[in-house]
Design a protein around this ligand. Structure first.
Ligand code: XMP
Length: 513
């Protein structure tokens, strides 16, 4: 276990992911956790992340100096590097030489940390203060135009640091530097493999569920699929999977899910609830109200399914519910690492708190990319593993205006064309997702053949993202946009205009509602 101490900037999660890419398990701890508590977890190394402040700013997050005398390897990055310099007796000063963004760095001595790193390379910086003197006993390894001490190490004390952010992709050789610290300086063993993760989880779930039964709501997405696959390995056909078709799925989706999932899961309960959902949505235009109704109807459907599955056989015993909660959800809700607090993260629209379930969360420790890797390890079909995210409320929040069967049909056709062309262009994995939004309450004038048309616009919303928290609009090739536009306006009679959304997130969200 490597602990990544979070000083409040956005970097801790990224660092934790990079550590795991080096096949070493890592978790995030807030900086205010007492050092003794961190050490009690017996970490093989501690990483101090970047942070927003100057070490001398009032109220700047600090860390108790005992961390440097505990005989645990420590690596500091950016703000963490300055904390280390200060805490170990070096010197940090506001030199006035601020460096932001891409910065050339000169390696003067490779040492263990910067071995095999070119003498001149470019890294990502973001700092005002600089380390002007390394702590005694530490070797200075690199400098920049504005920073005399940009990296240092003491192999004897198993400590090192860099002024830059090795975790971001703009820093050349960043992963190599991190791996030098983890493998060569701290001596961490490379045991974090997908096979180990699966085996460990299977054991944990067997211990938790015993001879009980569990139920899992599959959405078609990768998280619930992988969670279910792990639980199935643990308890076999005592797991029942339920898939709710609420009538707002994309073209061919329910058939695809049924086909893919029936191959993998022994018992798949497909509930056709389209009438129930669409009747409940009649006349509703407000986005929040739509979401609430969809959530409520989902709960009803799920309760019925649960009653069918568990029947009376389970009265008095614990019923288990499988959830695809991921590590970022746990971190963001302040949940302690490994703590089995029952949190209500629901990726299917919200389950009520009074449902009497104990949660089984096999993905609690995992990042999304690890979930995909586990899915491949388990042999799940790649259509499942690499499926782009699709929101629980489905096309219902991509129709601006009332959701009706006719409008769903229009959007389904347009969406199918857009997805087909994106796939054909080989861009499925580069594009995070590409919602197609139907502006159902808007009409615009067009001309087609010899006649005037008065149809609806659709909006393409292609985005790139790493985690959906932030996103950028994707620069799709013009010829691809042209093909999509031509096909949609030719093949979908009610749509006479195709537009592209070029807003990043923030300020725009990915979905329109
Ligand atoms: P936004 O629109 O908030 O979306 O930028 C971020 C990501 O979350 C997905 N999304 C949802 N997923 N239930 C879900 O399971 C929902 O209610 C929901 N709303 C948005 C969205 O598709 C994107 O991937």
């Amino acid at each position: 276990l490597v602990l990544v101490v979070d000083f409040g900037a956005q970097y801790a999660q990224l660092i934790a992911r990079r550590v795991r890419e080096a096949r070493v398990y890592s978790e995030i701890v807030p900086h205010h956790v007492p050092v003794a508590e961190m050490l009690a977890r017996n970490p093989k190394a501690i990483i101090l992340s970047g942070g927003p402040s100057s070490v001398y700013a009032e109220g700047a997050p600090a860390i108790d100096r005992s961390i440097f005398t505990a005989d645990v390897p420590v690596f500091g990055m950016c703000y963490g590097f300055q904390l280390m310099a200060e805490g170990l007796g070096g010197e940090v000063a506001a030199t006035g030489a601020r460096e932001y963004g891409r910065t050339p760095v000169t390696v003067s001595a490779g040492g263990a940390l910067l071995a095999d790193v070119p003498e001149q390379h470019t890294v990502w910086m973001s700092h005002g203060d600089s380390v002007v003197a390394a702590p005694s006993g530490f070797d200075v390894l690199a400098s920049t135009a504005g920073t005399p001490v940009a990296a240092f190490e003491s192999v004897d004390r198993r400590m090192a640091g860099v002024q830059w952010h090795p975790e971001v992709l703009h820093s050349e050789h960043g992963q190599l530097v991190l791996e030098h610290f983890l493998h060569d300086i701290a001596g961490c063993r490379q045991t974090w493999t997908m096979l180990n993760i699966v085996e460990e989880q299977v054991e944990t779930i067997r211990a938790q569920v015993g001879e009980g039964r569990a139920i899992c709501a599959l959405s078609g997405g990768v998280d619930s699929a992988v969670a279910a696959a792990i639980v199935q390995r643990a308890i076999g056909d005592r797991l029942t999977c339920v898939y709710v078709d609420h009538g707002m799925m994309r073209q061919g989706e329910t058939e695809q899910v049924r086909h893919d999932f029936e191959e993998v899961f022994d018992v798949l309960d497909v509930v056709d609830a389209a009438d129930q959902f669409l009747d409940a949505l009649a006349g509703v235009r407000d986005p929040e109200e739509k979401r609430k109704i969809i959530g409520r109807e989902f709960i009803r459907t799920f309760e019925n399914a649960e009653a069918r599955v568990f029947g009376d056989a389970q009265s008095g015993t614990t019923a288990y519910l499988v959830q695809g909660t991921l590590y970022p959800d746990v971190v963001e809700s302040g949940g302690g690492a490994g703590a089995s607090t029952i949190k209500s993260h629901h990726n299917v629209g919200g389950l009520p708190d009074d449902l009497n379930f104990e949660l089984v969360e096999p993905l609690r420790a995992l990042f999304k990319d690890e979930v995909r890797a586990v899915g491949e390890q388990l042999g799940l079909p790649s259509t499942m593993v690499w499926r782009q995210p699709f929101p629980g409320p489905g096309l219902g929040i991509r129709i601006i205006g009332e959701v009706t069967r006719d409008r769903l049909d229009i959007l389904r056709q347009a969406d199918a064309i857009a997805r087909e062309e994106l796939t054909r262009a080989g861009l499925d994995r580069d594009i995070w997702q590409m919602p197609v939004v139907l502006l159902a309450d808007v009409r615009s004038v067009g001309v087609q053949g010899d006649g005037r048309t008065y149809g609806h616009p659709v909006v393409l919303r292609p985005v790139t993202s790493e985690d959906a928290m932030t996103a950028d609009w994707a620069r799709l090739p013009y010829d691809l946009m042209e093909r999509i536009s031509t096909r949609i306006t030719n093949e979908v009679a009610e749509v006479n205009r195709v537009t592209v959304d070029i807003t990043s997130k923030p300020p725009g969200t990915i979905e329109w509602e």
